[in-house]
Design a protein around this ligand. Structure first.
Ligand code: AKB
Length: 313
């Protein structure tokens, strides 16, 4: 599947960006994939292939890297997530929106051909139906992060309709990975808990035991990005962002799966401000548009995810 296209990942040190960079390098070759981030990269990422320091809010920096490396596809993975964004609302709005405009404008002006931008289940809010949320529904997010993602979705759709920009997007649920840590989200507990279990420590969960949220294993999330980006242009009917689903579980259900591997592992529930964010999000998602338009189907359920996490950690 090697081809001549060149890819830039902005936010390559993050939870999704680091795994996506490695996957794209396997597919296209290391030199065809430029990693970039404002954060210092890990030694592993640096050793793999080209890395450029980048501030995603600086248009000139992105433009010069795009030109220097002949980039045609940009994956904009830099963002401030839900919990951190509540602490720094204006900074979150600036990072999440300014970076998106820069990349959409590069595509509008013909400097790049394709854009991937992740949205989130955070676009939904307390007035959205809780169960099997359809693609088109009430969207009144109550978080700063959700507001920025919903605004971003509308801009993606606008740039596609008005300037024919080939921008593609997925509404990610909480993501669980062994390769990388999340940072500043509400679903982070579902990764943190594994690290506490293997350290033989107990875990204090910041969500209540019965908070059901949509979740996905990183392998499925990366495959979804690659499948969406490789889908025929005529099959992409939604240019805001596709609903995407794999599983839903509560902290209690995850703990019960983990304790089968670590019988002495203990959990306590001490909900904090992140509980209100989680309570504003749906329990489960209907992704039938993604299934129909580009053949989406998840591979990992809760048992398979827990087994694979312990195999790797
Ligand atoms: C978060 O918790 O903020 C993210 C998300 C669901 O987009 N993981």
């Amino acid at each position: 599947m090697k081809n001549q296209s060149k890819h830039l990942i902005i936010g390559a040190s993050g939870q999704i960006g680091s795994v996506l960079t490695t996957s794209l390098r396997h597919l296209h070759g290391a030199s065809a994939v430029v990693a970039s981030d404002i954060k210092k990269p890990s030694q592993e990422l640096l050793a793999q292939g080209p890395f450029e320091p980048i501030d995603a809010t600086d248009y000139d920096q992105i433009f010069s890297i795009v030109k220097r490396h002949n980039i045609d596809t940009v994956y904009l993975m830099a963002a401030m997530l839900s919990a951190n964004a509540e602490k720094r609302p204006e900074k979150a709005w600036d990072l999440n929106m300014t970076s998106l405009f820069h990349v959409l404008n590069l595509a509008k002006l013909g400097h790049i051909k394709q854009v991937f931008w992740p949205s989130s289940i955070a676009v939904f809010g307390p007035s959205t139906p809780k169960v099997n949320v359809p693609q088109h529904t009430i969207m009144e997010p109550s978080t700063v992060y959700g507001i920025s993602k919903l605004a971003g979705e509308r801009w993606c759709d606008y740039y596609h309709k008005t300037y024919n920009v080939d921008v593609r997007s997925l509404r990610f649920p909480g993501l669980i990975s062994w390769q990388s840590m999340p940072g500043g989200g509400t679903t982070d507990y579902a990764v943190d808990i594994f690290h506490k279990a293997i350290a033989n420590a107990s875990y204090e969960c910041f969500l209540s035991e019965d908070t059901a949220l949509p979740m996905m294993y990183m392998d499925d999330a990366i495959r979804a990005i690659l499948e969406l980006m490789n889908a025929k242009i005529d099959n992409i009917k939604i240019r805001s962002s596709y609903n995407l689903s794999a599983m839903s579980f509560t902290p209690k259900a995850l703990y019960e799966s983990i304790v089968k591997y670590h019988p002495s592992f203990k959990i306590k529930y001490r909900p904090d401000f992140r509980q209100a964010i989680a309570d504003s999000w749906p329990n489960s998602i209907d992704d039938s548009f993604a299934q129909k338009d580009w053949g989406w189907s998840p591979k990992f359920d809760l048992d398979a995810l827990v087994k694979d996490m312990f195999k790797h950690l």
